[in-house]
Design a protein around this ligand. Structure first.
Ligand code: HEM
Length: 159
């Protein structure tokens, strides 16, 4: 029997799919490289960095497994942050520039999407800062990718 219950889109789909994430991180890292606080942290990043981060975040939010199947793993992502000694000032500016870029690109701004997106970014950036003060991680090499969903609202704002 067919269900009439509407299917809840993933955060990835609601944001606009992969083109939205690729553009978001492309424009975000342009801002990062023009920023006094973040430029010294990212000046040696690889040419693929922005695409890898786009693929990583897209996958966490329900998108295809491009990062974990062909570019890295959760473990590898954590390793990239080890001994980077990131500060709260770095993290705050990272958040500020990413959210500014999301607004400029007009990512969905319904309360449901933005609260879930922000929750993931808060979590991810705080983990990155914690790991950046360690020289090695206790995380198992086969740790699964995090999966983020809509949380309490359960789905997007439908007027
Ligand atoms: C949700 C939050 C974050 C995610 C999902 C994330 C994800 C990633 C990923 C996937 C890589 C590896 C990229 C590659 O393979 O080339 C990476 C590297 C890195 N990330 Fe993050 N990151 C986050 C937050 C941060 C923050 C807040 C900072 C600093 C303000 C930071 C600094 C770096 C640095 C310095 C590298 C290494 C760049 C290099 O190769 O030189 N990350 N991150």
């Amino acid at each position: 029997m067919e269900s009439n219950k509407p299917t809840v889109p993933t955060l990835y789909d609601w944001a606009g799919g992969m083109p939205a994430f690729v553009t978001l991180f492309d424009q975000f890292y342009d801002k990062v490289l023009a920023d006094d606080i973040l430029e010294p942290v990212f000046k040696h990043m690889s040419a693929e960095h922005r695409l890898h981060v786009a693929h990583f975040v897209a996958e966490v939010l329900g998108g295809p497994k491009i990062y974990s199947e062909s570019e890295g793993s959760h473990f590898k992502m954590i390793q990239k942050h080890l001994s980077k000694h990131l500060s709260e000032a770095h993290r705050k500016r990272w958040m500020e520039l990413l959210l500014q870029t999301a607004d400029e690109l007009q990512l969905p701004d319904d309360p449901e999407f933005r609260s879930a997106f922000l929750a993931y970014l808060e979590w991810g950036t705080r983990i990155a800062v914690i790991n950046s003060d360690m020289a090695e991680t206790n995380e198992p090499a086969d740790a699964p990718m995090p999966k983020w969903g809509w949380g309490v609202p359960g789905g997007p704002y439908i007027p």
